[in-house]
Design a protein around this ligand. Structure first.
Ligand SMILES: *Cc1c(COP(=O)(O)O)cnc(C)c1O
Length: 362
């Protein structure tokens, strides 16, 4: 029996996923491992969020609120949105990215993406039988927004900008993104993934949720996650903001409401502690400068990062060799796009990473 015949056509034709960041190592590494491969927060969540988690842990028997009223309301309040009808949730923004394919894409629809960018988007397009239209980043790994606009055709259903971008760490000024969004024609759903926006240190940085607040009336969705700056990757909570009509369509997928009680309670509490988030971003920026300088001193090509990770190319050895030699010392990093990506850890983690890199490259 050839089980493949059972598959949906778009799944039969599915190209191999390029999610290079995924590595076959036990996710529950012992504490002596330096986890610098998934852009997790080494600081964990706000103490207020941990308190909410401890409370929620006492009641694992009850179903979560299907509509996530508290979480959505807190999120709306923080971002100045009129109400929770402008907000959708899912089990991580990975899940929201899947929902986009499930709800909006027909076979053959084109989706304009940056290359390299977050591979989950390309996977989602492929699963839906859509056509990923890959627009190369410039030589410094920044989005070429004019080329993205030029790639839009009557067949385009969606355009995605991840800002700051993963796996490159590069950032485009908010004013430029806003200008870009406004130029996207109205037959195209514009998706801005802001998974790392909290880490940006540049002045005049703002979320594209601003446009939604200003009544912008072309299709726009802004994705956020609790996995990075909020330090809750294991709880799987992602949020999308947009016009209520668009948000209501996301709700057609079960994944939009089937989120867990612990994460829901915790995320609502975390939103109330923005001071903690600022502290984390400050610590991260100091360490990011330190790691950047150290890698440059070792002769690496380093791309300018505004996130909690750095993409770099070592002056010698293949990226997979660098990765393997670090792993021998229990330092886990990524090896995407022929280069390496290291997450910014605590000062101690970064010092260890730098020391091992010095060894490897000497
Ligand atoms: C980490 C990341 C996400 C978030 O994924 P979750 O499913 O929320 O953990 C989304 N987009 C980008 C670009 C990311 O790097």
């Amino acid at each position: 029996m050839d089980y493949k015949t059972l598959l949906r056509d778009s799944i039969k034709a599915l190209p191999e996923s390029k999610r290079a960041a995924r590595q076959p190592v036990s996710s529950y590494t012992t504490p002596d491992f330096y986890r610098m491969n998934y852009n997790e927060s080494p600081y964990g969540p706000s103490p207020k969020a941990l308190e909410a988690l401890a409370e929620a842990c006492k009641r694992p028997n009850i179903y979560p609120d299907w509509f996530s009223v508290d979480l959505k309301s807190e999120f709306a309040k923080l971002h100045g949105l009129p109400d929770m009808m402008h907000v959708s949730t899912a089990t991580g923004s990975s899940s929201l990215i899947n929902i986009l394919g499930e709800i909006f894409l027909n076979a053959g629809d084109e989706v304009v993406l940056g290359d390299p960018s977050y591979e989950a988007f390309r996977d989602t397009v492929n699963v839906a039988g859509g056509v990923p239209v890959m627009v190369p980043l410039d030589s410094e790994m920044r989005y070429d927004l004019d080329a993205m606009l030029a790639a839009i055709t009557p067949k385009t259903k969606m355009v995605v900008v991840v800002n700051p971008n993963n796996p490159t760490g590069t950032f485009v000024d908010s004013a430029k993104i806003e200008e870009f969004v406004k130029k996207v024609p109205e037959h195209v759903l514009c998706v801005i993934d802001e998974a790392y926006l909290e880490f940006v240190s540049k002045p005049n940085t703002y979320s594209m949720i601003k446009l939604i607040n200003e009544g912008y009336d072309k299709p726009l969705l802004v994705l956020k996650t609790f996995s990075k700056a909020y330090g809750m990757a294991g709880l799987r909570i992602g949020v999308a903001a947009g016009k209520p009509e668009l948000i209501s369509y996301l709700g057609k997928s079960g994944a939009a409401w089937n989120i867990n009680f612990l994460g829901q309670r915790m995320a609502a509490a975390a939103l109330q502690d923005q001071e903690y988030l600022k502290k984390i971003a400050g610590l991260n920026a100091i360490e990011r400068d330190k790691v950047t300088a150290a890698l440059k001193e070792l002769g690496c090509k380093v791309y300018e990062s505004q996130t909690n990770f750095i993409l770099f190319k070592a002056p010698k050895l293949e990226n997979t060799e660098i990765y393997a030699k670090l792993a021998e010392q229990k330092v886990l990093i990524g090896a995407p796009v022929g280069m390496n990506r290291v997450s910014i850890g605590t000062a101690e983690m970064n010092d260890k990473f730098i020391a091992v890199m010095k060894e490897i490259l000497k």
